[in-house]
Design a protein around this ligand. Structure first.
Ligand SMILES: Cc1nc2c(=O)[nH]c(=O)nc-2n(C[C@H](O)[C@H](O)[C@H](O)CO)c1C
Length: 152
């Protein structure tokens, strides 16, 4: 199968690389089609093109919104665009965003970005190839990048 991988130059960590490494360690027959754009607001159309023009069955979209108010507005606009692109194409675009101010410091941000990318990649593998495993995790308080919350 073909999977789209879209990331940005604005981000401060190569989340796409970590995610592809994680998927390749679990799935043999997968072809990645990669695109890089400047920032998060450019992800929706790039993802839509990966689906419509390249035949990707799912896209992972990686971004890192900055800490300023304007960055958070951009991130919200990008999310809205990604949802619209999913509805227009009837295809999942898994948004993997790490907000720069989620990190306590640069070291923590790097660990968080890598873990979030890898754990979303695990989710994608489950969604596509192990739906029963995904189903078993329903309601269990899973989180990507930090400790799971656990079920109530
Ligand atoms: C203010 C701003 N903040 C961010 C951000 O926090 N993260 C990000 O990835 N990109 C940002 N951008 C760039 C836009 O997403 C986009 O690349 C430009 O507006 C060009 O279309 C902008 C313009």
């Amino acid at each position: 199968m073909k999977m789209g991988i879209c990331d940005t130059t604005f981000a401060r960590f190569n989340m796409a690389g970590a995610a592809m490494d994680q998927i390749k360690s679990q799935v043999a027959n997968i072809k990645f089609v990669e695109r890089t754009v400047p920032g998060v607001k450019d992800l929706p159309v790039a993802s839509k093109k990966l689906i419509e023009e390249e035949g990707c069955e799912l896209v992972m979209a990686f971004g890192m919104p900055g800490p300023e108010d304007i960055d958070k507005v951009c991130a919200h606009e990008a999310s809205t665009g990604l949802i619209q692109a999913q509805l227009m194409t009837n295809t999942h675009i898994i948004e993997v965003f790490v907000h720069e101010d989620e990190g306590i410091d640069d070291k923590d941000l790097k660990v968080l970005a890598e873990n979030r990318a890898r754990e979303h990649a695990d989710n994608v593998v489950k969604m596509l190839f192990k739906p029963k495993k995904m189903k078993r995790e329903a309601g269990t308080g899973m989180r990507e990048g930090r400790e799971n919350k656990g079920a109530l």
